[in-house]
Design a protein around this ligand. Structure first.
Ligand code: HEM
Length: 455
């Protein structure tokens, strides 16, 4: 059972927004790095620039957006408020941003001091975030909305997976920072990070958000009930098999096949729902969802290629499909839905209508831009088209085609620049609206303390 979102629980704009603004900033940085490194960045998984780029994507772009969105979704969909939201968001945002830069610098210059700095910064960011969200989920467990189970189970799984990903990552970075032999944990790190943290969070969001925002049918009950439990179980089985020596590789591959099957069933159900949605026009968010789901579906043949082919490019292609094509596209689509909504909502909250005066209300309604005015459809569609080119160029570059490696960096730069422009324009309109409202008679005196002043 899905319930409507309770937007009155929306945290202050300053809580999620800085996380969302990291997406274009880290997109620009990853694009610059890809331009600088050229096709070389796609030749080996273990290259310095490749590892740096991987984490600009996974922590800077995906991680930032997902951590910010999760605070928001916990509040409005589950009635779970992470508190004190502003202080937690501000410190986590600063530590995550600096820590990701330090980690990327560590890989780029193969620098132990940078790795050690990354450990301190990222370790603190995740301790604060995970303990605050864990505490909120525990303390407020009795007040969660009925029907929020569909989202809570995958969210808990995603947070547990993030904890493991981070612990393994910190362990490996610690070994690098102290000049010790690198433990062979990278398989678990990738699996828990991408299929656990990324996949489960996306799945939980889709159960709640696709029916509400894309007007799709709700997901079948057995799927929403069992998949979020099956996937962590399979990840645990994979980890146990990976850790025990001497067992046939086939056992681990069977678990991988089951994981692929579990995700394919969710992708199939989501694609079916999107294709039969009641909203006829495909808005930019819908297009990004299609792109993300199709890229995720393409991971299945890429995985077979990885396991049964000899080509070293298979792992790179799989990584690009998951990170850039799958998670990346859906995160971008989410921004085009959530940012205009939040700006519209906070501008509306800033309205102060003295004595419920209808004439005054009409003035405000004329001033308040509609949600669609914050980011018009056309530039968002342009961005989607550009992003598809990013996915294609990064995928072909990973498959070993050098011209695509030349195009990958400039295309990502262009995509991040267009996203910056689209978000910047929305923010300018929001600030402009607040200024006009503040200048209206009666408003200035009443404005301080209003929610929008939080922004
Ligand atoms: C505290 C945060 C993190 C730290 C310190 C960290 C650190 C590391 C280290 C040291 C490596 C191995 C480098 C090597 O084998 O030479 C690695 C690889 C990797 N990490 Fe992380 N990581 C973190 C978070 C994440 C997250 C959240 C994700 C995904 C959601 C992720 C995805 C990956 C991937 C995909 C690779 C493999 C790259 C490749 O095969 O080319 N990491 N990470």
């Amino acid at each position: 059972m899905q319930r409507a979102l309770d937007f009155d629980k929306t945290p202050a704009l300053g809580v999620p927004l800085p996380f969302f603004l990291n997406v274009p900033v880290f997109g620009l940085l990853a694009g610059l790095l890809a331009v600088w490194a050229g096709p070389q960045a796609f030749t080996s998984r273990w290259g310095a620039a490749t590892l740096a780029m991987t984490h600009l994507w996974t922590l800077g772009i995906l991680g930032s957006a997902m951590l910010g969105a999760l605070i928001q979704i916990l509040a409005v969909a589950c009635n779970v408020a992470v508190a004190p939201a502003r202080a937690i968001a501000a410190s986590v945002h600063a530590l995550l941003t600096l820590g990701t830069l330090a980690l990327a610098a560590g890989f780029l210059w193969w620098s132990p001091p940078a790795w050690l700095a990354a450990i301190a910064l990222l370790g603190s960011a995740f301790v604060i975030y995970l303990s605050a969200s864990g505490l909120a989920l525990w303390r407020q467990r009795r007040q969660v909305y009925k029907g929020a189970r569909e989202i809570l189970v995958p969210v808990r799984g995603a947070l547990a997976a993030l904890t493991l990903t981070v612990l393994i990552g910190l362990g490996m970075a610690g070994a690098l920072g102290m000049g010790m032999a690198l433990p062979d944990w990278v398989g678990g790190h990738i699996l828990w990070g991408l299929l656990g943290w990324g996949g489960l969070l996306l799945m939980g969001m889709s159960f709640q958000l696709l029916p509400i925002f894309q007007l799709t049918e709700i997901y079948p009950k057995p799927l929403t009930r069992w998949l979020p439990l099956l996937i962590p179980g399979l990840l645990l089985a994979w980890t146990a098999l990976d850790a025990s020596n001497g067992l046939p590789r086939l056992m681990r591959e069977t678990v991988e096949l089951l994981l692929a099957g579990a995700y394919v069933s969710w992708i199939g159900a989501s694609l079916h729902r999107l294709s039969t949605r009641k909203r006829p026009t495909a808005e930019p968010t819908t297009l990004f969802w299609f792109t993300g789901l199709i890229s995720l579906l393409a991971c299945a043949p890429a995985w077979i290629w990885l396991r049964h082919g000899q080509a070293p490019q298979a792992a790179m292609v799989l990584g690009v499909l998951l990170i850039v094509g799958g998670l990346g596209a859906i995160v971008h689509g989410m921004l085009y839905k959530i940012v205009p909504f939040l700006l519209w909502k906070h501008a509306q909250d800033a309205m102060v209508i003295p004595d419920r005066n209808p004439a005054q209300a009409r003035v405000y309604l004329k001033i308040l831009p509609k949600m669609a005015a914050y980011i018009p459809v056309r530039p968002a569609q342009w961005h989607w088209a550009l992003y598809v080119l990013v996915v294609l160029s990064w995928g072909l570059a990973a498959a070993g085609w050098p011209p695509a490696g030349q195009a990958a960096g400039p295309l990502l730069l262009a995509s991040a620049a267009l996203l910056s422009w689209n978000l910047g324009r929305a923010l300018r309109l929001y600030r402009h609206t607040l200024r006009i409202m503040a200048a209206l008679p009666h408003h200035a005196a009443a404005a301080p303390g209003q929610p929008a002043a939080d922004a």
